[in-house]
Design a protein around this ligand. Structure first.
Ligand SMILES: Cc1cc2nc3c(=O)[nH]c(=O)nc-3n(C[C@H](O)[C@H](O)[C@H](O)COP(=O)(O)OP(=O)(O)OC[C@H]3O[C@@H](n4cnc5c(N)ncnc54)[C@H](O)[C@@H]3O)c2cc1C
Length: 314
């Protein structure tokens, strides 16, 4: 259990920042993660009076305040229209609606949790983080930084013409993910982030010119397989109670291959089928189909690997 001695609703970001410089004090977002811990906090610093709970959208970008809840993101029409439902798909598995009504964007990103769907999702998009003292920097850079005592004010998501696709694999529906993968075709380049490896989400980075070509359309079946193999090679995985490193490698390969296949589909096929609550179009490959075919494809690739090992031995 956590005990809090004093509570302060900050009147300004400067005041919140000053208070947060003391090690014993702590910023609180939705408190959903903090409350799972133990120990004592001298002063809990509440940001809820600073107007950071809005999603502003214009023609060029979304500006999303750190106190916006996961549920606000999940049901936001503009964000879901822009990402074809990927935002909703990424967040809908996180515990339950009541939980997502409290957990905030700031609390989800500042922690840079290895299991984070939120980090995986926004990393594939063109996302910048605004820190009170640290200024504006890419989410990718922020994810690699060590923890400090700054404050995450908001994120900025640039509205580059995009097609997005989010996938996660979970042992049970609302558990932490075993692997997450978000892919976004931003103009003519595919960005793929993989999280729950179980380390922090990271982008697939091509190193050679021919690898760069793999991330550019058109996406054929062969290219998709190649990209899957490359991702499995480049994205480090590890083991935890939810899955072994080897299993995760197979998942990386499969999810990335599937992502490329998604972008190879003609528009009509991609957008037909399901519609979300708010009527927005969602990718036809929902979680249900995703999980089924991930399992099938993983089983198939394990089988192929065994077969080739047997052939090598013969
Ligand atoms: C049981 C459980 C299951 C979960 N499952 C998933 C899952 O499957 N996928 C997933 O992506 N996430 C999952 N999460 C994480 C969850 O989505 C939230 O990210 C998490 O609870 C933190 O959100 P919060 O607003 O409650 O943050 P808090 O608990 O209030 O804060 C978390 C940390 O962030 C700091 N902080 C908060 N806001 C700011 C800010 N603006 N600037 C600087 N520091 C800040 C706090 O000081 C604290 O250290 C899970 C959490 C729990 C408890």
């Amino acid at each position: 259990m956590i005990s809090i001695k004093e509570y302060k609703k900050a009147d300004s970001l400067e005041e919140a920042w000053q208070l947060n410089q003391k090690r014993a004090n702590r910023i609180i977002g939705g408190m959903m993660w903090i409350k799972m811990g133990s120990g004592s906090v001298q002063t809990a610093i509440d940001l809820s009076g600073l107007g950071l709970d809005t999603i502003e959208e214009d023609e060029e970008q979304f500006r999303i305040g750190s106190m916006v809840t996961l549920r606000q993101l999940e049901i936001h029409r503009g964000l879901n229209a822009y990402t074809q439902g990927a935002v909703k798909e990424a967040l809908r598995h996180i515990v339950g609606v009541q939980f997502r009504n409290s957990a905030t964007l700031g609390g989800s990103l500042f922690g840079r949790y290895g299991f984070s769907d939120v980090l995986t999702l926004f990393m594939a998009l063109e996302t910048k983080v605004e820190l009170y003292r640290g200024g504006i920097l890419s989410l990718e850079k922020f994810a690699g930084m060590p923890y400090d005592r700054d404050i995450l004010v908001r994120i900025i998501v640039k509205k580059i013409p995009a097609v997005c696709f989010y996938q996660s694999v979970r042992n049970t529906d609302t558990d932490f993910p075993v692997l997450t993968c978000c892919s976004a075709l931003l103009e003519r380049e595919l960005r793929i982030s993989v999280g729950a490896r179980p380390g922090r989400a990271m982008l697939l980075k091509p190193l050679l010119p021919e690898e760069t070509d793999l991330l550019k359309p058109p996406f054929t079946e062969e290219k998709g397989k190649e990209l899957g193999r490359l991702a499995a090679e480049r994205i480090p995985t590890d083991s935890n109670m939810r899955g072994s490193s080897g299993y995760r490698k197979k998942l990386v390969q499969t999810l990335v291959t599937r992502a490329a296949a998604h972008f190879a589909e003609p528009e009509e096929v991609k957008n037909e089928g399901k519609r979300g609550e708010s009527g927005e179009k969602r990718p036809v490959s929902g979680e249900e189909t995703a999980r089924r075919s991930v399992q099938e494809e993983t089983a198939q690739s394990v089988k192929e690997e065994k077969q080739s090992a047997a052939e090598d031995r013969a």
